[in-house]
Design a protein around this ligand. Structure first.
Ligand code: ADQ
Length: 462
């Protein structure tokens, strides 16, 4: 088996197993099995004058090579370009995108530095797998340094339609860098189609197979690998005795019986204000839900150094205050908003104790919360998933109640349908969803990608 080299913006800390999401756990698993290297940022920021050093730690066959970012790199590469330009553009939000030359230059420089550091660590047969929008030009940087290995790239976020992408300065440079990968993975068929259309219409590419593009002298495979979760370990957390205790506390006497749950990083792509407005419509259109239903929204802080994130936080706080002020009573708080991280086992219990899972992003690569909610349910009395049509997960999870998150009345009606859904229908929908989530779990995603990458033709010498 070939050694695996994973490159991602952040390297997961294997010491914090509890905090690691399913994906990180399953990548670590693969690295342990094959032997390998995980390279990326260690989360530290050092002064500009410091020379950012790469440190390597090896346990058995697995090496973690990590480097800090300088203050300037953090500002330009991470905040400035990755999170204030690429993230909004890829989520179709040109209105929120900020383009600054120093940010683009910083992004280029960090990718170059990463390539320069990584290239000498590679062995001839290594499979190299770069993750996400922070590292689009990494493959090109490695090729420029003579690396001939198979290199794959997986985009965790959406790929926007070409007309949106071309509004971004330097999109040609960025997209032509993608051509240096052998395999590019997308979450959905829509993303893959947008990418292929862009490559054919704007970069002179042609499709020479269902998933294969020729662009100049290069052939690139562009395929769909929907991300999944580690089903068994998440189900075990939801079914544990401590989860049962927590659920009991959630439903203790005197509290409303029906809990609707939302769990998202506090990101403008997740549609949180729209979700609260939909909940308000639920209370207006179906007043029988007053004192009977609570929306628990867990939204931990994220990227607070970017202005758009501070704005969304204020909007959400104002809206939840408004709804609670208008509808709340001495013994009922309609919206319970928690602005913090929660342990994964607590999260699993909260999903299980909630009759409705509300996952309504305005745009999302996949959305793992939707899958976690399904897996956490009691199959003998499952809750109902209300899912945005704009989450990648909707491509597979059609038995959810699929909604347009921009239409508050439609979402309110779907919530009402979920609350009233007969037992047999709930069970039937849940069984179908669970089967799909189980089939396409995190291991299926990873194995599928690595098998496709290993099967790519060895890149020709330049
Ligand atoms: P994210 O945008 O972070 O990921 P998502 O897929 O929903 O979105 O994953 C979030 C994860 O964080 C879930 O596992 C969730 O349980 C966890 N989480 C959220 N709030 C939490 C809280 N308060 N406490 C603890 N954990 C919390 C990006 C893309 C997605 C894509 C993933 C994986 O934007 O579309 O699905 O990568 O490819």
């Amino acid at each position: 088996m070939k050694r695996l080299v994973v490159v991602s913006n952040r390297v997961a800390d294997p010491g914090c197993a509890q905090a690691l999401g399913g994906l990180a756990v399953c990548i670590l698993d693969a690295l342990r099995k094959r032997g390998g290297l995980w390279f990326g940022w260690n989360g530290e920021i050092v002064p500009d004058e410091a020379e950012p050093e790469t440190t390597s730690v090896t346990f058995d066959d697995l090496t973690f090579a990590t480097t800090p970012l300088t203050e300037r790199e953090y500002r330009d590469y991470y905040l400035g370009f990755a999170n204030a330009a690429l993230w909004p553009v890829h989520h179709y939000r040109l209105d929120l995108a900020r383009f600054a030359q120093e940010a683009i230059d910083g992004y280029r420089r960090v990718n170059d530095r990463f390539a320069e550091t990584l290239a000498p660590m590679l062995k001839p047969n290594d499979l190299v797998w770069a993750h996400d929008y922070h590292l689009i030009p990494l493959g090109a940087g490695l090729r420029a340094r003579g690396v001939r290995n198979r290199i794959g790239f997986f985009l965790h976020i959406p790929f926007p339609p070409p007309d949106v992408l071309v509004a971004m300065p330097e999109h040609e440079w960025l997209m032509s860098a993608l051509v240096d990968y052998d395999l590019i993975g997308f979450q959905t068929r829509t993303d893959q189609a947008n990418f292929c259309r862009f490559m054919c219409d704007f970069m002179g590419g042609e499709m020479i197979g269902p998933d294969v593009l020729r662009i100049g002298a290069r052939e690139v495979t562009a395929s769909v690998f929907p991300v999944g979760i580690d089903v068994d370990s998440f189900a075990a957390m939801a079914e544990s005795p401590s989860a049962a205790k927590r659920i009991e506390r959630l439903h203790r006497a005197g509290e409303p019986r029906i809990n609707v749950i939302g769990v998202d990083r506090l990101d403008y792509t997740k549609g949180l204000p729209d979700r609260l407005r939909s909940f308000k419509r639920l209370l207006e259109l179906y007043p029988q839900n007053c004192k009977a239903v609570t929306l628990m929204q867990i939204a931990p802080p994220t990227r607070e150094d970017v202005q758009a994130y501070a704005d969304i936080r204020h909007e959400l706080e104002a809206l939840s205050g408004e709804i609670n002020g208008q509808f709340g009573d001495f013994d009922w708080t309609p919206v319970r908003y928690l602005h913090r991280r929660v342990d994964r086992d607590t999260l699993a219990a909260l999903y299980r104790g909630s009759q409705v899972g509300l996952v309504t992003p305005l745009r999302d690569g996949m959305n793992l919360v939707a899958k976690e909610y399904v897996v956490a349910q009691d199959a003998n009395n499952p809750g109902v998933l209300v899912l945005s049509r704009f989450a990648g997960a909707a491509e597979d999870l059609q038995e959810a109640l699929i909604v347009n998150p921009y239409d508050a009345d439609e979402v309110a009606n779907a919530m009402q349908k979920a609350i009233q859904m007969p037992f047999a229908e709930r069970k039937e929908r849940h069984a179908a969803l669970l089967e799909r989530v189980r089939e396409r779990d995190a291991y299926h995603w990873m194995d599928g990608f690595l098998r496709a990458l290993a099967g790519c033709r060895v890149p020709m010498a330049a």
